[in-house]
Every structure is written in C-alpha cells, then in structure tokens.
Design a protein around this ligand. Sequence first.
Ligand SMILES: Nc1ncnc2c1ncn2[C@@H]1O[C@H](COP(=O)(O)OP(=O)(O)OP(=O)(O)O)[C@@H](O)[C@H]1O
Length: 256
Amino acid sequence: MGISIRNLNCTINETPILHDISLDFTSGMVGIIGPNGAGKTTLLRTISGYLKPESGSVEIDGIDVRKIDVKSLAKKMALVPQNYALEYDFTVLETVLMGRNPHKKTFESESAEDIRLAREAIAKTGIAHLENRSVIGLSGGEWQRMIIARALVQQSNILLLDEPVSNLDIKHQVGILALVRDLIAGSGLLCVCVLHDLNLASHYCDQIVLMKKGRVIEYGRTEDILKKDILEAVYDTKICMIRAEDGSTYILPEMI
Ligand SMILES: Nc1ncnc2c1ncn2[C@@H]1O[C@H](COP(=O)(O)OP(=O)(O)OP(=O)(O)O)[C@@H](O)[C@H]1O
C-alpha cells in the first residue's frame, strides 16, 4: 500500500530528467531534498500522474497512477503544487470547498458537512479571518495556506506538497508542518513533501530522499541522511552542524 515507484525514467522536451528511480513510501512524512534542478518537482508531478513517465511505473495502493480516473485519484491523493495560479474571483471559502469536489456528484451542491470541513481546514491553516475575502489580492503566504486548506478537505490518504512553506513566515512554516505531522500521527497519512530548508526537513521528516541531477543519491531515515559529509558532497557547499542547548542539531551553510 502507499506509493511504489519502479525504474522510473522521465523525459521532458526530449531531455532526460529523471533516471531509474525506484522508491517505496508507506506512511509518515517523506522529505524530498536536493539542489536546484535535481528533479524534485518533476518526481512529485510524475507521482501525481500529471507527467507521463518515459518508462517505469508509479503505483498508488497497487494500481498504476495513470490508470486511475481523475476523481478516484483525487480521493486517494491531494497535490499542493508550487506557484499555483487561479484566474477567478472566488472567495477563500469557495476555493477551499473545491477540495470537496471528488466526494460529490457533478453539479451537486455542497452539504453542511462540506462547509464544516472547509471551515475546519481554513481555521487549521490560520486563515479564518480571510474566509469571505476574494482570492484576488491575497498575499503569497495567505494564498499558500488556502491551497493547503483545499488539499486537506480532499481527505485523501496521500498528500503531495511541493515547497509548501516557501512563502510562509517562520510561525506559519512550523505551524503548517506541525499540522501535517499531527494529521500523520492521527490518521496514518502519507505525506511526500519537497523542502529546501534542511532544518525543517530534519525536524519534521521521518525519511529523506536526497536527489541530484535526476537521480536518487540517498534514501533512508532522516538521521542517516542529513549528515555533514553527505550534504557537503551533494550540495557542493561547506556545512556547519550546530548543536543547540536542547540537543537538537541545526544545519547551516558555511558563510563565504
Ligand atoms: N518543461 C520543461 N522543459 C524543459 N526542461 C524542464 C521542464 N521542466 C523541468 N525541466 C528541467 O528539469 C530539471 C529538473 O527540474 P525540477 O523543477 O524537477 O527540479 P527541482 O529539483 O524541483 O528544482 P528547484 O529546486 O530549482 O525547484 C531542471 O533542469 C529543469 O530545467
């Protein structure tokens, strides 16, 4: 069960991007990290079924992702993409309610339960005060939290997040990742999350996929992957590991 990726190769515009990737994810928080252009977003988009692989397969609960119809897939898996744009003048509540569409018949209006779930997700992502605001004019961080709320109301067992906290201030960065961690603890959710911040990855991820140049360099428990020598080699950057008073370790680039 979960996500099973086998010998995945992906080509975009005749350029090979992903090379022979095989991974299995079952539950918990899996962080995908790696330098710019490593193929993290391409991997996530291929897992979501949006991109067709050149060869190899992605299976969700044992079924090829590209053989699952859109509505059934949206019940299994919610994607929060990077730089997602909406070109309409709906309110925040109306937009979050769209996350309930996979659970409704075509043209069926939303139930009181749909509205309750949407308001709950809006409150959890800290945007209750924006419920009736138009999506036009939201700040980058407000927008990002709304798209996460919309994914949460899909109530899927798999959450794919592409740099979900990149526009958020530090309070909301830890707030959103702690929220996902609590959902995982409460329901056995699987979350696959592209992150650039190695300290957030260190704190919130159970497992890490470390990518470079379209390949998986390392995959394993967070504490086994986020090591000075491994990170320095992959990021080609000198790294300081700082031990805090509470015993936790923080990863910083050596300033040049
Ligand atoms: N549509 C496209 N056409 C051509 N090349 C593409 C396309 N999409 C992605 N690529 C290339 O594929 C490679 C991987 O891109 P991807 O966005 O998956 O990397 P990433 O690890 O998510 O990068 P970043 O950390 O910078 O967001 C990059 O070299 C990128 O330029």
